[in-house]
Design a protein around this ligand. Structure first.
Ligand SMILES: *Cc1c(COP(=O)(O)O)cnc(C)c1O
Length: 402
């Protein structure tokens, strides 16, 4: 592996990560994206804006989130101590709140009056609707028709928070098409509208900007785990959909050579999957070069995962790069392994994890056995699982789980 000082070299404000990244957006969007970039750079230099962000993270979102030693789960699994970073306790129920608070500040600084966003399962749509209410933005959420149907309660939540949900009936009627439509809408409404991108993918500056707003997870976690255990973890694990919660926690540990970093992708039902790093090809989707889940002609495959948050055929160019240089290892977890971990962790710890995060828990079960009792493994619990009960009970009723 190349020796890199990540803190200095990963983010250079140019949007390139090795051969990945870039800004392959329509010409009309280029000046808008430049303006987002300019405002982001201003944010990073402004103590006032950074203080405002920190204050909102604290008093509105509930940071810091704790790290927790999952003793019952550790005992059952055997091997290392498993520690959990509790992003499930963040307001909104997932790490997404960090990102939307940061981008809401950028939108206001740019003079925007309206926010738009894409959403798959609805978690990002809800997060944007929350900050829309808080900051007084009009919110328009683009959502595939298939997802509107599958996620009725979340659509109601967005409406309650004052957002308008736009149902997309084109293409596969899911997340990928919602992003395309949101981009298209942005081109013609950029004078008063800001696009809150939901993960560390998309055209520059979104991968870097979303990573920046999520790095608080890793900064807190590193300090907390050192304080609680007196040492660094042997491994840090996180699930990867677009890659924002994972790059959030990884940023705390990238320069700690002894810490193994593991990203967990959805292996789906074994046939259809969402393993974009594991099985995807070099390509371009939604404005940047990365790994893409596509066929030999570059046509996007429909991804599949039991967890809607991981069901995305693209992935952050930052993860594609970290994979290529060997700094992070990416593994696949099957739907049924994730559901088993969901049930097991709920029963053992009294904490219902998101199905997305359950992929990470299923992976850590495999890793823990390779370590001794005083070794520490740290899992990013990206969100809480209340939203997934319906899906999980459907699974339990049709298959045999212990
Ligand atoms: C949205 C979501 C994810 C996946 O998004 P990333 O950008 O890969 O982090 C993971 N976990 C939860 C709980 C989510 O809501």
């Amino acid at each position: 592996m190349q020796k890199i000082n990540f803190k200095k070299e990963l983010f250079k404000d140019d949007g390139h990560f090795g051969r990945y990244g870039g800004c392959f957006a329509p010409e009309l969007l280029q000046p808008i994206l430049k303006n987002v970039e300019k405002t982001f750079i201003k944010f990073k230099k402004s103590e006032k804006l950074k203080n405002e962000f920190d204050e909102l993270l604290k008093s509105y979102a509930g940071r810091k989130t704790p790290v927790y030693h999952a003793k019952n789960f550790s005992r059952k699994v055997g091997g290392a101590q498993i520690w959990i970073k509790r992003e499930d306790l963040l307001h909104g129920g997932a790490h997404k709140t960090n990102n939307v608070l940061g981008q809401a500040i950028l939108a206001r600084e740019m003079g925007s009056k309206k926010l738009i966003c894409e959403t798959g399962a609805g978690q990002h749509g809800i997060a944007v609707s929350m900050v829309g209410a808080l900051f007084g933005f009009e919110v328009r959420v683009f959502m595939g028709a298939k997802d509107v149907e599958r996620q009725k309660v979340n659509v109601e939540r967005m409406k309650l928070l004052g957002a308008q949900v736009v149902e997309i009936k084109s293409g596969s009627r899911s997340l990928k098409d919602a992003i395309n439509e949101a981009m298209r809408y942005w081109v013609s409404h950029s004078h008063d509208t800001y696009y809150v991108f939901g993960t560390a993918a998309g055209p520059h500056p979104f991968p870097e900007l979303v990573s920046y707003f999520q790095k608080v997870i890793g900064e807190e976690a590193r300090e907390q785990i050192l304080e609680e255990t007196g040492k660094l973890p042997k491994e840090v694990l996180a699930c990867v959909g677009g890659g924002s919660n994972a790059i959030g926690i990884f940023q705390g540990f990238l320069d700690d050579e002894s810490v193994k970093l593991i990203g967990v992708e959805p292996a789906g039902d074994g046939v259809r999957h969402g393993e974009t790093i594991g099985k995807g090809k070099f390509g371009c989707l939604h404005g940047s070069l990365s790994k893409v889940n596509c066929d030999e002609f570059g046509q996007i495959n429909e991804s599949h995962s039991i967890s809607a948050g991981l069901d995305y055929p693209g992935v952050s160019p930052i993860h594609a790069y970290l994979d290529e240089i060997g700094r992070v290892e990416y593994k696949g977890i099957l739907d049924e392994e994730a559901v088993s971990a969901f049930i097991e962790f709920s029963r053992l710890e009294g904490i219902i994890p998101a199905l997305e995060s359950s992929h990470t828990l299923a992976q850590v079960k495999k890793q823990a056995k390779n370590y001794k009792k005083d070794d520490v493994l740290l899992v990013n619990l990206s969100g809480r699982g209340d939203k997934d009960l319906h899906t999980v009970f459907q699974e339990i009723n049709t298959k045999n789980y212990e």
